[in-house]
Design a protein around this ligand. Structure first.
Ligand code: FES
Length: 582
C-alpha cells in the first residue's frame, strides 16, 4: 500500500490550530494556558492517548508510567501528545459486569476522538473488555490507531506452586469448599496469585484479545506477549509513540488493516491459543464495526481446522510469562503456517508475514509444533438445537471428555439469586449426571451477560470428588474458567428464547462432536409452554441501562448496539451512518 504522505495543512488538527480565525485563536491561547509554545505543536500531528488507567484497575497500574514512555516516543518523532483518560473497565471491581459497559467505552473512545483535534491515537488497554472496546471505537472513527497492550502480569506463586489468574482461584475455592485446603492456605493463595501489574496471565479474555489485536495488525509485532513489568514493555511503549506519528503522515488507518482475512487471522489466533470463549462475542462485534460479517458458523469452520498450539492454562499447563520466553505470539503465528494469511498489513507498515518471518520457538512444549498440537481441532465448538436456535458455544478442551456427549436431567435455576440461594442446599434434587441450567443471565436479562457461566457445582457433589458437570446458561464465562459449560445461548431466555422454556426434569442432550444441544421435549409441548410464557419486567427504566436494553444485540451478533453497526443497519432509531469528521 502506498498513499501520499500528508502535509501539515492536511492534518485534521490543522482546523483547530493552523487557520487564522477567532476559533483557532481560542484553541491556541488555551494551549498556551497549559504552558506550550506554538512551535511545540504547530504543524505537528496531535496524538490522542486514550488511557484506561485508574486506581481501581490493578491490571493497568503501570499505565501511569507507560503513558510517559508513549509521550516520549511521540515527542521524539515530532508529534504532540495529548493524554485523554477514558473509562477504565476494571474486570475485578465493576458490577454487575464490565461487559455491560464495553459498548459505553467504545462509544466514549469514538466520540472523544471525533470531538477533539486528534490526528491519530494510541489505545492503552488490556484488561478484558478494554481491548475490544477501544478497537471498536477506533475502527468506527477510522483515524490512524495503534494499540498498546497492557501485557500479562508475572506468574503467580504460593509456597513454590505456580498460580494462574482465575483458573487457580476456582480450583482452590473448590478445594476449600470440599475441605481439602485450610483457610490459612486460602489466604496464601490470595497473597500470591497476582504479584505484579499487568492483566491476567492465564489464557483469559485479556491475553486472548490482546493477542487477537496483534494478529489483526493493531500492535507492534511481538508486543502482546511481553510481560507488563519487563523493561522491553516500556521500550515498546516509546516505540509505539514514535510509530503512531509516522502512521499519521502515512495516513495508515484501521480500514487499511482490518479486512476479512485479518479477521480470520485473529480468529485463528484465538483458537490456536485455546483462547477465551468471550473472544467470539468481541471478534464478531469488532468485525461488524469494520463491515466484515463474521458469523458463528464461520467461527466454527475455522475452529475445525485450527489446532491448539499454546499450552497455556486453563486448557494447558503454562502461563503467559512462559509463552513469552518460548517465543511468544509471533513464534506461534509462524508455526501456524498456511493457516495464517501473511499478506495482511499491520501498523508498522509491514505485512504480518514479514513481521513473523524470523520468529522462532524456544520451547516446543509451551508452543507446540503443528505435528504435536495440544489438541487437533477442539479449541471451541458452536452448538445449535431447539434451545439455542441462534447458537451456543462450548470450549471442549476445558471440559472433561466424558461429558462431550451427555444426556442428563435438567435442574433449572430461574436467575442468579435463585441459584445462589439453592445450589448448596442438601434438599436440592441433583446428582453428577444432571445438567445445571441458569436462565436470565444474558445480555439483557442479567443484565450485561456476566461471567456467571461456570455455574457452581453443588457442594454435596464436590465432596464426592466430582469436578465437572454439564452446565448451560445464556451467560458468558471467564476465559480463565474451565468445565463443561455451554455458554452464550441465543436468543437469551429473558427475551423469550426457547431456553426460557426449559423446566426441571426435562432431559437435555449435549453432543459436541455433532454440535447439538437439545431439550428432549416435543415441539407441541414447547409451543404450549411458549404460549404461557410471560415476559419479565424491564430491568431499567432510565439511563444507560435503559439504552443498553433497548439496543443491545444478542450474543451471536456480538452484543454491540444496533445503532453502532457500520451502517446503522437494524437500528430501531433509523440508523444512517455518521457525520464526516471535521
Ligand atoms: Fe484485568 Fe483479568 S482482571 S485482565
Amino acid at each position: 500500500m502506498s498513499k501520499k504522505r500528508k502535509t501539515p495543512e492536511e492534518l485534521r488538527s490543522h482546523r483547530w490550530y493552523g487557520v487564522n480565525d477567532l476559533r483557532s485563536f481560542g484553541h491556541r491561547s488555551r494551549t498556551a494556558q497549559m504552558g506550550y509554545d506554538r512551535e511545540e505543536y504547530a504543524g505537528k500531528p496531535v496524538i490522542a492517548i486514550l488511557n484506561t488507567w485508574s486506581e481501581i484497575n490493578p491490571c493497568h497500574t503501570h499505565f501511569k508510567e507507560r503513558v510517559e514512555e508513549v509521550k516520549r516516543g511521540i515527542w521524539q518523532a515530532g508529534g504532540f501528545p495529548v493524554e485523554l483518560p477514558v473509562q477504565t473497565l476494571s474486570e475485578p471491581f465493576q458490577k454487575p459486569t464490565t461487559m455491560l459497559y464495553r459498548n459505553f467505552l467504545a462509544m466514549e473512545a469514538e466520540e472523544t476522538l471525533r470531538s477533539y483535534p486528534a490526528d491519530g491515537v494510541v489505545l492503552m488497554g488490556g484488561c478484558d473488555k478494554t481491548t475490544p472496546a477501544l478497537l471498536m471505537g477506533a475502527i468506527s472513527v477510522d483515524l490512524p490507531a495503534i494499540f498498546l497492550p497492557a501485557g500479562p502480569m508475572l506468574n503467580g506463586n504460593w509456597n513454590g506452586v505456580t498460580l494462574g489468574s482465575g483458573s487457580d482461584t476456582w480450583k482452590y475455592w473448590a478445594d476449600l469448599r470440599a475441605g481439602k485446603i485450610t483457610e490459612q492456605d486460602w489466604k496464601g493463595v490470595e497473597g500470591g496469585i497476582a504479584r505484579s501489574p499487568g492483566h491476567c496471565m492465564t489464557m483469559g479474555t485479556a491475553s486472548t484479545m490482546t493477542s487477537a489485536a496483534e494478529a489483526l495488525g493493531f500492535t507492534l509485532p511481538g508486543y502482546a506477549s511481553i510481560p507488563a513489568v519487563d523493561s522491553r514493555h516500556a521500550q515498546f511503549a516509546a516505540r509505539t509513540g514514535r510509530r503512531i506519528v509516522d502512521m499519521v503522515w502515512e495516513d495508515l488507518k484501521p480500514s487499511d488493516i482490518i479486512t476479512r482475512k485479518s479477521v480470520d487471522n485473529a480468529v485463528t489466533t484465538c483458537l490456536a491459543l485455546s483462547g477465551s470463549s468471550n473472544a467470539i462475542v468481541h471478534m464478531i462485534a469488532l468485525a461488524r464495526r469494520a463491515g466484515v460479517d463474521l458469523t458463528l458458523a464461520q467461527y466454527d469452520d475455522i475452529a475445525r481446522r485450527t489446532p491448539v498450539l499454546a499450552n497455556i492454562r486453563p486448557t494447558g499447563k503454562f502461563l503467559m510469562e512462559d509463552f513469552f520466553y518460548a517465543g511468544g505470539l509471533m513464534a506461534m503465528l509462524k508455526e501456524l503456517g498456511d493457516l495464517i494469511d501473511g499478506t495482511q498489513l499491520t501498523v508498522n507498515g509491514k505485512t504480518l508475514g514479514e513481521n513473523i518471518a524470523e520468529a522462532r520457538i524456544f520451547n516446543d512444549d509451551v508452543i507446540r509444533r503443528r505435528t504435536n498440537p495440544l489438541m487437533r481441532d477442539t479449541g471451541l465448538a458452536v452448538l445449535r438445537g431447539n434451545i439455542a436456535p441462534d447458537g451456543a458455544v462450548i470450549k471442549p478442551g476445558a471440559a472433561e471428555p466424558h461429558l462431550h456427549v451427555h444426556t442428563g436431567r435438567a435442574v433449572v435455576f430461574k436467575d442468579y439469586n435463585d441459584m445462589a440461594a439453592r445450589v448448596d442446599s442438601e434438599e436440592l434434587d441433583i446428582d453428577e449426571n444432571c445438567v445445571i441450567v441458569l436462565q436470565h443471565a444474558g445480555p439483557i436479562g442479567a443484565p450485561g451477560m456476566p461471567e456467571w457461566g461456570q455455574l457452581p457445582i453443588p457442594q454435596k457433589i464436590l465432596k464426592k470428588g466430582v469436578r465437572d458437570m454439564v452446565r448451560i446458561s445464556d451467560a458468558r464465562m471467564s476465559g480463565t474458567s474451565y468445565g463443561a459449560c455451554v455458554l452464550h445461548v441465543a436468543p437469551e431466555s429473558f427475551v423469550g428464547g426457547p431456553f426460557a422454556l426449559v423446566q426441571d426434569g426435562d432431559m437435555i442432550e449435549l453432543n459436541v462432536p455433532e454440535r447439538r444441544l437439545n431439550v428432549l421435549v416435543s415441539d407441541e409441548e414447547l409451543v404450549r409452554r411458549k404460549a404461557s410464557w410471560v415476559a419479565p419486567e424491564p430491568r431499567f427504566t432510565r439511563g444507560y441501562g435503559a439504552m443498553h436494553q433497548m439496543h443491545v444485540m444478542q450474543a451471536d451478533k456480538g452484543c454491540d448496539f444496533d445503532f453502532l453497526q457500520r451502517d446503522g443497519a437494524g437500528c430501531s432509531c433509523g440508523g444512517g451512518g455518521e457525520p464526516e469528521i471535521h
